[in-house]
Design a protein around this ligand. Structure first.
Ligand code: ATP
Length: 315
């Protein structure tokens, strides 16, 4: 990453590959996240999202390819870099014998940029009592402590790996979304990995879809909406299976209507489907695009496996 790129990009991943026991988890992943973006990382289970994030956090060392976070190699400069990053994972890893107050004091000592007033404000907002022991809190309440710890030092880059799994729906919409908005309004960068596509749709301005270790598409939500459209038609007689047409993906039926996702360029030239008029063209949602792409089976990983084996943290 040269100086100019480091100014613009919060994350730059180049040709990152990783395999565990011969099974490829990442395959030549390229990813760029501009500073100030709220970036969603979506994909089915096992797509490689956490493996990618663990490389960004320096928990895994890039063996093939390169990783730069805020202009630095996360493995070479972990101490300085980690102070600039907030990280929350779905794993419930905070020490349960500590109280909320002790946990906050511990992390405050780690982060020079810890904002005490903001931490206290978040504690009140999240309904957390300093005296409560973490072991006496519910999973969702501990997830709130994890979120607080990730953001109270006002990180330049906030990485949330499936944060919603521990949070109840109210905490998700009221707290998580508010936090993500606050961080982004501050001009900071958020990387948000989630299965909950409606949440990603609501808060993210850019999105990358992962499948089987590949980045299938990385784009802005706006470009996605401009690029794809959902088309609908009503077959006169029953379709056992929808027609295969280049550029038309993710067919699904609802009553006597069939709909599919189409690249606008293809859709523009497409007057009819199998001789049937297109009855409607609808704007695309992230969920519809995702399910359409996923239904295509996407890309298979290369057979050219790298034969790494499972390694401990920092491997
Ligand atoms: N330490 C490891 N040892 C062996 N295999 C691993 C290891 N970590 C990840 N994998 C494998 O790598 C693949 C990608 O896993 P990863 O956890 O990155 O996916 P994910 O997209 O985060 O999935 P999920 O949404 O289910 O959390 C999976 O097949 C997983 O089993």
């Amino acid at each position: 990453m040269n100086d100019q790129t480091a100014e613009i990009l919060a994350v730059q991943v180049r040709k990152l590959s990783r395999a565990f026991r011969g099974k490829q988890a990442l395959f030549e992943v390229d990813l760029e996240i501009p500073k100030g973006a709220v970036f969603g990382l979506v994909g089915l289970n096992g797509a490689g999202k956490t493996t990618l994030i663990r490389h960004l956090m320096g928990l895994l060392k890039a063996k093939h390819g390169s990783v730069r976070v805020l202009g630095q190699d996360p493995v070479l400069s972990p101490e300085t870099l980690m102070k600039r990053i907030g990280y929350m994972t779905e794993e419930d890893t905070l020490p349960k014998w500590l109280s909320v107050g002790d946990t906050l004091d511990f992390f405050r000592a780690l982060y020079p940029s810890w904002d005490q007033a903001y931490g206290t404000h978040l504690c009140d907002l999240f309904g957390l009592a300093r005296s409560s022991k973490l072991r006496d809190l519910s999973k969702g309440q501990r997830a709130r402590v994890g979120l607080l710890v990730a953001i109270a030092h006002r990180p330049e880059l906030l990485i949330l790996d499936e944060p919603s799994s521990g949070l109840d729906p109210i905490a998700r919409s009221d707290i998580l979304e508010a936090i993500i908005r606050t961080v982004s309004e501050d001009g900071r960068t958020v990387l948000f990995s989630s299965h909950l596509l409606d949440e990603v749709d609501r808060v993210c301005d850019s999105v990358a879809m992962m499948s089987e270790g590949h980045i299938v598409e990385s784009t802005t939500v706006e470009k996605l909406e401009n690029r794809y459209v959902e088309i609908c038609c009503r077959p006169v007689s029953h379709w056992d299976s929808p027609p295969k047409i280049a550029g038309v993906i993710g067919w699904k039926s609802s009553g006597d209507e069939w709909s599919a996702v189409v690249d606008q360029q293809v859709a523009g030239d497409l007057g009819m489907i199998e001789g049937l008029p297109i009855t409607e063209r609808r704007p695309i949602s992230l969920m519809r695009w995702f399910t359409a792409r996923a239904s295509e089976g996407l890309r298979s990983p290369s057979l050219d496996v790298l034969n790494d084996v499972e390694e401990p943290e920092h491997a």
